[in-house]
Design a protein around this ligand. Structure first.
Ligand code: GLC
Length: 754
């Protein structure tokens, strides 16, 4: 194996928007994307087309450099990149000269065979967050990870790699923040001080370039905003996808699904979504229906719709090798599948048996795939679950010499799932003209533009529930806000206590889906005895009450990239306690709610409340922040705290998201010493009209100085579905003039003195 270290600068030039530095080993290029986003690419392969699956922005046209004998400086309003010429090393500073991140002096960038690694300085107090769906702690310091999208059923709480690749992390040290996105689709490696002398961290890839985007904004939220500016933000989700979702692998017939749906209604447990896992198909052939067990898909789905349910069906990439099967015949005739090097279609075994795999990297293949969805959309399917797209095949090891066009598998494996989700999203959006709901298991940075993700085949035990929450929160850092876990745990049977606990937590998980593996005990909310059903009903009802708050929080994700479920490290970055093992699972749900997950065997918990004042939701008991508190956590009462000044718009309980409410928007405000604002957002919840101004948006302000609550005049052409506002004040004491106040809804500014 050949080892080489990036050596001395031989030439420097500047062409329009790129700085080009040549050494004997490689060529380094620098672009400025914005004052806080700078890209560095170090490549041995000078002719590679400059493509990215993730990035949707272009660099700015111009920037100036300053060159001296030993150094080149690139300056933006926010950043300074100092490039040492010999040996070629890159160091980033804030505009006022604070060191953010730099190459390790000794190793810098180097090649170990085709593998390329960038060693960087590790700061004594440095913490790392991000990387998306990864096991381990909130603070990833001391851990190392591999990105190689893999189907890992039965994964434990330390398994790695898993299904998704988000090569983006945020470093936190010396009161500073920076972000780094390694946009390389090969197998990638991140080591946050796990294997070195505690002075180096490193990242790298099996092949390709060191190709990173450096983010220099000075807050975690701003870095997330920049990262999602670069790689895109989610669209507004369909409102129905925010309701309760019921799934199971082994609902075996249309009748069984209708019976389950009806039982939700009979038990008055709100729900919006039923799923068909693989058993709806004819021999697991994608885009087919089993005509014995699902004899009339249209009338089945019509019946679900008449009960207020939507249907999501699963699709896997593997197309069964079987003559006479439409997708097989068409794919073979047109050459749409991955191949062996000799051009024959590659065969791997999955659910249907021997399969070919569509080459989703081709536009014509994506179009064909997208158009095939009419088999599902014609009868009325509205959500599309993309599974097994790592891609997975029995035995796991798809040979590396399988080809997608001119690319071998290792180069594109990590983006296969994303491109399948993209084809699904583009196709189904085109067919219906409405917002499709797409859910994918495999993903790469940028997937938020097309799809929700879930964390794969988790297990029914407490540590997995907590891990799942950390994954949801870490995915939020990497741009994925619409995220779920299998509530209850896919593998194994949850105890009733675990089921109830996980369901309570599910209220605060952006995608709220109960799912179980075939062979597990049934796990719908009524299967655990009446008392537990009562708690689960109450919790699910609360989720529906929260919808105005939740939908507005998704609007925040759509416009700023800030996730709905937020690790405390986003807002309380420099409070070391939030990274503590005991508190790292806590998170904010939207701007105002802090959630403390509780395991099934405990009935009280230590909650750490960051600086400020907090109220326990439900009792309004007040707590001082900046310390931990032991709080009661009986099975029916998950500890949730509202930040002082918090604004929480609620609606009445409904059984599904399309059902009419009582017409009252209940705006709850908790007293505090600082002003606070909340952007309230509504639209029709299903079309793209909001992109043309058909939305309803207003800022709600709580101002303790003027003792007022102000609703700004409404913006947008959409009329609110509410007819009245009920203002409910918490913690204002008896001197407040109003505690509850009912007013007619109006689009004008509304001021209420308290
Ligand atoms: C995979 C999925 C799981 C699904 C099963 C059957 O294991 O991760 O969610 O139920 O396949 O389709």
């Amino acid at each position: 194996m050949q080892f080489e270290i990036l050596g001395n600068t031989e030439s420097v030039s500047k062409q329009n928007n790129q700085l080009i530095i040549k050494t004997a080993e490689a060529i380094a290029r620098v672009w400025v994307y914005s004052p806080t986003v700078v890209r560095v690419n170090i490549s041995k392969n000078f002719n590679t087309a400059d493509e990215s699956f993730a990035v949707i922005q272009k660099p700015e046209n111009e920037f100036s450099i300053e060159e001296s004998g030993s150094e080149i400086k690139v300056r933006t309003d926010a950043l300074e990149l100092r490039i040492q010429k010999s040996s070629l090393r890159f160091s980033f500073y804030t505009a006022d000269g604070k060191e953010l991140s730099r190459d390790d002096e000794r190793f810098g960038v180097n090649w170990q065979g085709s593998r390329v690694i960038n060693y960087r300085k590790l700061y004594p107090d440095e913490k790392f967050i991000g990387l998306g769906e990864k096991t381990g702690d909130l603070n990833r310091r001391g851990s190392s990870y591999v990105n190689w999208n893999s189907d890992v059923p039965l994964h434990g709480i330390t398994s790695d790699p898993l299904y998704e690749t988000f090569p983006f992390f945020i470093g936190i040290h010396s009161g500073l923040t920076y972000g780094l996105f390694l946009d390389n689709t090969h197998k990638t490696y991140f080591d946050f001080g796990a294997t070195t002398d505690n002075q180096m961290s490193w990242f790298g890839a099996d092949d390709g370039d060191i190709n990173y985007y450096f983010f220099g904004a000075q807050s975690v939220a701003e870095i997330i905003k920049d990262y999602t500016w670069l790689t895109g933000r989610m669209e507004m989700p369909p409102m129905w996808s925010l309701g309760y979702q019921q799934c199971r692998w082994s609902y075996m017939s249309a009748q069984e699904i209708l019976d389950i749906a009806q039982t939700f209604r009979d038990h008055n447990i709100p729900a919006d979504v039923m799923y068909c896992d693989i058993d709806y198909m004819d021999g697991f052939k994608i885009f087919t229906w089993n005509n014995e067990t699902f004899p009339d898909p249209k009338s089945f789905i019509d019946k679900l719709k008449s009960m207020g349910f939507r249907l999501v069906t699963i699709v896997d990439p593997g197309i069964k090798v079987e003559q006479g099967y439409k997708q097989y015949d068409e794919g073979v005739a047109k050459g749409y599948f991955a191949t062996y090097p000799n051009g024959e279609n590659y065969v791997g075994e999955v659910w249907p048996g021997r399969c070919h795999f569509p080459d989703f990297f081709r536009e014509d293949v994506r179009k064909w795939w997208g158009e095939s969805f009419t088999a599902l959309t014609d009868p009325g399917v509205e959500g599309f679950w993309n599974d097994m797209n790592e891609p997975a095949a029995w035995g796991q090891n798809i040979p590396w010499m399988v080809k997608f066009g001119d690319k071998f598998m290792p180069e594109v494996r990590n983006v296969y799932g994303m491109e399948m989700a993209r084809a699904t999203y583009d196709g189904t959006k085109k067919i219906s003209g409405r917002r499709p709901f797409v859910l994918t298991r495999a993903a790469y940075s940028g997937t938020q533009r097309y799809s929700a993700v879930w964390t794969g085949d988790n297990s029914a035990y407490d540590a997995h529930m907590l891990l799942g929450q950390r994954m949801v929160n870490a995915l939020g850092i990497t741009g994925m806000s619409m995220v779920g876990v299998d509530i209850g745990g896919f593998t194994g049977d949850p105890t009733p206590e675990l089921m109830v606990r996980w369901n309570s937590l599910g209220v605060y998980i952006p995608m709220f889906r109960n799912h179980a593996m075939k062979g597990m005990k049934m796990r719908e909310p009524w299967r655990f005895g009446e008392d537990n059903e009562q708690i689960m009903r109450k919790d699910i009802e609360w989720r529906y009450r929260l919808l105005p708050y939740l939908y507005s929080s998704f609007y925040q994700s759509h416009t700023t990239g800030l996730p709905v479920s937020r690790t405390l490290a986003i807002e309380y970055t420099f409070d070391d306690t939030v990274y503590n093992d005991s508190y790292q699972n806590q998170f904010m749900f939207g701007d105002s709610l802090l959630i403390c997950p509780v395991i099934s065997t405990e009935s009280s918990v230590y909650a750490y409340l960051p600086k400020g004042e907090w109220y326990r939701l439900g009792s309004d008991e007040k707590y001082e922040g900046g310390k931990d508190h032991q709080v009661d956590a009986p099975l029916g009462n998950l500890p949730v705290f509202v930040k002082a000044g918090g604004i929480l718009p609620l609606q009445s309980i409904i059984q599904y998201t399309d059902e009419k409410t009582d017409g009252i928007l209940e705006v709850n405000v908790w007293n505090g010493s600082e002003p606070n604002t909340f952007v309230y957002y509504e639209d029709d919840g299903s079309s793209y009209d909001y992109e043309k101004g058909s939305y309803h948006k207003r800022t709600i302000t709580f101002d303790p100085y003027t003792r007022q609550i102000i609703f700004s005049a409404a913006e947008g052409s959409y009329s609110s579905k509410f007819e009245q506002i009920k203002l409910v004040l918490h913690g204002f004491g008896s001197e407040a003039k109003v505690q509850e106040h009912l007013i007619d809804y109006s689009n004008q500014e509304i001021e209420i003195d308290y």
